[in-house]
Design a protein around this ligand. Structure first.
Ligand code: DGT
Ligand code: CA
Ligand code: CA
Ligand code: ZN
Length: 577
């Protein structure tokens, strides 16, 4: 059991306690589980290992008392927690789906359940549509409309999983499959290999040995709740988190053809098959055929080559012009993770991060980075413990002091200054001037009408100290839609002013999204890929950011944090004299 899974159980217990409110101490109890969830999430090692080690104590972890330690041990050993299961029995399972809807938390879920007998998202939708929610404590017509909008987002998201969930699951299964002796290689295909921000299901291709043995081994994978189908060369299963996984077993002669076929996208494949047909050939998951003779199929490379195309990286296979570009030898040389030299958005304990400047710097240096920008929040973002002017000045001093302690990496003093509702910034120019680099982002009043949000962003960009626009559209994948605003106008204003757009690599955000990255690229703009790390572990998010940049056709020189420090600083908008 991974830390993230343990954290998810604690989160659900906290929600259940808040919904049930069974005794007078429920608030303390819920708070303890919330604290435990955060402690588990930010714990650097695997808790299951700590639990199994007689020489280590779970209770040494801050936020974990004897009771929670026992639950962690129970989860690590059995994969379940008795108390959690008991609480789950007390409400309809579908009631928890309500918490996936924006603006609905445990308190509202309880209210709807107790007052109106609402048990599911469908019930909630019915009640909102017939105006039965307004009039409940704290519920207006507007909050009813927001819930309907939230339900729409929920339905679109249903049955899809974030890229990081897919990544972790793919890795676990691949590791597990490789334990089976005859397995040679496990290769993910499908939307996951194309690097899409969400996947519908996971497609894994396996080569090597005895198919029956691999099938039997896979069927014993711990996370499986249901076997959906079992064929000669394919097993489909459903995992505990609801995700479907298709495992296909292949022969090496046709591995390339199958990888090509199952990577998709469907639209890319249709276009490729047409191309083969025009040459009198047939392309399928078994190979490229001239009559009965297979002329390519062992590798993807030879298939693309035979079809007169340069090799097309999976991230581009969406039939968005990549085939034409491959034909003319004009494919972009996509940016790679190894090109990245630094990270320009991260938080420390000064605001809502988990570690110090020095720890972040040391971890960044270990990754081979040459610079970092510390960007703690400003005061308006109270939920993230934003800094007022005085604390911001102290923070600049603290950041500069870290330079003498961690050498060999540039430690820049920045801020993620909040863009207020009217487009003014949360700090005066006098203070903004003191930072090395100012990043500005929106964190409040996110449902403003499009015109207002456009004006707000444009006004913020006019401030001469703003060099980077952070998570420009504000979306949360599967949870919250992007702000309504005129993307084209804001991008063009940023371009005219020399402001860099951020691609936030946090897999919950990936903001800019792939389409917007492509738009920026088509306008000839540069971006920065940042992780918004609140913990050194989050530096790993760079992987998702780079994948999304690749989906937006970005080359190394389009991404400013591939530059050495001096060149990066030159590529930013010049500061006022
Ligand atoms: P997803 O799972 O919804 O995120 O998207 P994909 O792209 O992974 O789609 P999936 O899992 O249904 O199928 C995997 C790949 O297999 C897909 O990208 C292309 C290929 N494929 C599946 N069905 C068809 C089909 O009917 N025609 C063609 N040309 N290819 C298909
Ligand atoms: Ca898939
Ligand atoms: Ca599939
Ligand atoms: Zn932010």
């Amino acid at each position: 059991m991974e830390n993230s899974e343990i954290a998810a159980v604690f989160e659900e217990i906290s929600n259940l306690v808040k919904i049930l409110q069974e005794d007078s101490k429920w608030q303390f109890k819920a708070a303890a589980y919330d604290r435990a969830r955060r402690a588990v999430e930010s714990y650097p090692g695997r808790l299951a290992e700590v639990a199994a080690d007689p020489n280590r104590k779970l209770t040494d972890i801050p936020g974990i008392g004897p009771d929670l330690a026992a639950k962690i041990r129970e989860l690590a050993e059995t994969g379940r927690c008795q108390y959690h299961q008991e609480q789950l029995q007390k409400i309809p399972r579908t009631l928890l789906d309500l918490l996936q809807i924006q603006t609905v938390g445990p308190q509202k879920a309880r209210l709807f359940y107790k007052q109106l007998g609402i048990q599911s998202v469908d019930d909630l939708e019915g009640a909102a549509k017939t105006g039965r929610l307004r009039g409940l404590p704290g519920m207006s017509e507007k909050s009813e409309a927001n819930i309907l909008k939230g339900i729409e987002v929920f339905r679109r998201a249903y049955g899809r999983y974030r890229l990081d969930t897919a990544y972790e699951t793919a890795q676990q299964i691949a590791d597990y499959l490789r334990e089976c002796r005859p397995v040679d290689q496990v290769t993910p295909a499908g939307s996951f290999r194309r690097g899409r921000e969400t996947v519908g299901d996971l497609d894994l291709l396996v080569t090597g040995g005895d198919h029956a043995a691999i099938r039997d081994h896979f069927a014993k994978f711990r996370g499986i709740v249901q076997i959906l189908g079992k064929g000669e060369d394919k097993v489909s299963v459903k995992l505990e988190n609801g995700m479907q996984v298709d495992v296909r077993m292949l022969e090496p002669e046709s591995f390339g053809a199958a990888l090509q076929y199952f990577t998709g996208s469907k639209e890319h494949n249709v276009a490729l098959r047409e191309r083969a047909k025009r040459r009198g050939w047939k392309l399928s998951e078994y190979g490229l055929f001239e009559g009965d003779r297979c002329i390519a199929g062992r590798t993807e490379e030879e298939i693309y080559e035979k079809l007169g195309l340069a090799f097309i990286p999976p991230e581009l296979r969406e039939n968005q012009g990549e085939i034409e570009a491959a034909e003319k030898g004009q494919l972009p040389h996509l940016v790679e993770l190894a090109d990245i030299r630094g990270d320009l958005q991260m938080h420390t304990t000064a605001s809502d991060g988990h570690t110090s400047v020095e720890e972040m710097a040391a971890a960044a240096k270990k990754r081979g980075y040459r610079y970092i920008l510390i960007t703690d929040h400003s005061k308006a973002v109270t939920v993230a413990n934003g800094l007022d002017e005085k604390r911001a000045v102290e923070n600049i001093r603290r950041i500069k002091a870290a330079r003498s302690k961690v050498k060999g990496i540039e430690i820049w003093a920045g801020t993620e200054v909040d863009i207020l509702g009217d487009g003014r910034l949360d700090y005066p120019d006098d203070l903004l001037r003191q930072f090395d680099i100012v990043l500005a982002s929106v964190h409040s009043r996110m449902t403003q009408p499009g015109e207002e949000m456009t004006e707000r962003l444009l006004r913020a960009l006019e401030n001469p100290y703003v060099r980077i626009l952070g998570h420009p559209t504000g979306r949360h994948i599967l949870r919250r839609d992007p702000f309504a605003f005129d993307v084209d106008r804001v991008f063009k204003a940023a371009q005219r002013l020399g402001i860099i757009l951020e691609l936030n690599g946090n897999p919950e955000r990936l903001d800019l999204c792939d389409r917007h990255v492509r738009l920026a690229r088509d306008l000839g703009m540069k971006i920065v890929i940042s992780t918004d790390a609140h913990d050194p572990d989050h530096f790993e998010f760079m992987r998702y950011g780079v994948t999304t940049a690749r989906r937006g056709w970005m080359e190394k020189d389009d991404v400013i944090n591939t530059f050495p420090p001096a060149k990066l600083l030159e590529s930013l908008r010049p500061l006022p004299a």
